[in-house]
Design a protein around this ligand. Structure first.
Ligand code: LLP
Length: 422
């Protein structure tokens, strides 16, 4: 049984009818399944059993503290990209020794905080960051354990917005320049080069780009060892895709088989940074129909979720599955509609020409595959409070991030003195 399924004609998350949650918490609301998070994390743990592996869940995909705690309890580490994410991971109980700090632009404050906390590794992808780390680590009397992220110049075959491993992307150090940077790192006080990192993109549905990138990593690892820079760790990033529509991404086991094949016989520890593959199918966004609008040519279904809640369709033209909360019957007549939110922009569209059943005000729709890059990318555009988030476990559920009140939204703002009396 999938974690989101119909039972007695109503869509459930595990054992909880989504309508119950919506009634108590309101809509729009993100609902996450603990079982789904655990199963997808375990697919990594199982696939790499026997190898020295740390699975550092990419916090950017879903940074709910409850999700982080759930994964930490499974043994996950974390991949963080800011001082904020580092604080979330620590607050959720992820040990610093299992945290990788990635990112193309880290501030000195962030680096200092990470070194003081003792993160496992800082993934460096700008030469100047090595010098900054050396200065900061020396001043603190610490050692910065560093991996250098290379740009393997492979095409991950994903949409341009989320491709990261091509030479034209801002990410990583050019393969040909990496060895020189490792030498530089080795010469710096306070810096210890420990590994190579690579991440070629996101929503990857083929194994070939991985295989190509991994071969380049292995070659560099062995070349460096031969020239007296022995490393101990290889961070292979994330990026494994999920099925939003009809994609057929490889299984985690097949991906692991490529890792085993390429790195066969190499003495190294491995780090993975999966985000979407762990979170994507573990969450849905529940929304309520406000009304319908029929124009001369089109049926519009207007719901109370909008692009501020889930921006992927607007930003990437991404497809998300949509299901009615009440199970359709064989008699249900589906007609094509555009599913839109209330925001005053035409990009505020979740789906175009999608078959939907007849709907009335207050009927609910469930936008699927919304566990990754959903709530984390939300904002308050159009004065809209961010959606609440709920975690389900069997027949238990809890709000894990409440919707802010309008008072709280207003409280962050202030008037300058010269406008107070205006
Ligand atoms: N590691 C690094 C260095 C990354 O940049 C990313 C994602 C990950 C790991 C996790 O990748 P994943 O396993 O989730 O594919 N907002 C976009 C996705 C951006 C991904 C950015 N980097 C979307 O909604 O599709």
């Amino acid at each position: 049984m999938t974690p989101f399924h119909y039972q007695n004609h109503r869509l459930h998350a595990e054992d909880i009818p989504l309508a119950d949650i919506a009634r108590k918490v309101g809509t729009p609301v993100y609902v996450y399944s603990s079982a789904a998070f655990q199963a997808s994390y375990r697919s990594y743990a199982d696939a790499f059993a026997g190898l020295p592996v740390t699975v550092c869940y990419a916090v950017k995909a879903n940074d709910s503290l409850a999700v982080l705690r759930l994964l930490a309890a499974e043994g996950a580490g974390a991949d963080v990209v800011s001082g904020g994410e580092l604080r979330y991971a620590l607050a959720a109980g992820v040990p610093a020794g299992r945290i990788v700090f990635s990112g193309v632009g880290k501030t000195r404050d962030e680096l200092e905080f990470a070194l003081l906390e003792g993160v496992m590794q800082v993934n460096v992808e700008v030469a100047s960051e090595l010098d900054a780390l050396s200065e900061i680590a020396t001043a603190l009397g610490r050692t910065a354990h560093v991996a250098i992220r290379i740009n393997p110049d492979v095409d991950a075959g994903t949409i341009a917005q989320i491709s990261t491993g091509k030479a034209e992307n801002k990410f990583g150090i050019a393969y040909d320049e990496a060895a020189a940077l490792f030498r530089h790192a080795q010469s710096l006080p306070g810096v210890e080069p420990v590994g190579i990192a690579v991440h070629i993109g996101s929503q990857i549905t083929k194994l070939t780009p991985y295989r190509d990138a991994f071969h380049r990593v292995r070659t560099l690892y062995e070349d460096l060892k031969a020239e007296g820079i022995p490393l101990q760790r290889i961070d292979l990033g994330g990026g494994l895709g999920i099925t939003y529509r009809d994609e057929e991404p490889p299984s985690v086991a097949a991906y692991a088989a490529v890792v085993r094949e390429v790195f066969h016989g190499l003495d190294a520890q491995f780090v993975f940074e999966p985000g979407r593959r762990i979170a994507g199918l573990s969450g849905v966004l529940v929304t309520k129909v406000i009304t319908e609008k029929q124009t001369a040519t089109k049926r519009f279904v207007i719901v109370d979720a909008a692009m501020n809640d889930l921006i992927r369709p607007a930003l990437y033209d991404a497809y998300h599955p949509i299901q009615p909360e009440t199970a359709p019957t064989p008699e249900t007549v589906w007609t094509e509609a555009d599913l839109v939110g209330p925001i005053c922009e035409s990009t505020d569209t979740f789906a175009k020409g999608r078959p939907l059943p007849p709907l009335q005000a207050d009927d609910m729709l469930v936008i699927g595959a919304a566990g990754a890059y959903g709530a984390v990318m939300a904002c308050e555009y159009n004065g809209r409070p961010r959606a609440a988030e709920v975690l389900v476990r069997g027949s238990d559920w809890a709000v894990v991030r409440r919707r802010p009140t309008y008072e709280e939204m207003l409280a962050a703002q202030s008037l300058p003195p010269w406008l107070e009396e205006a």
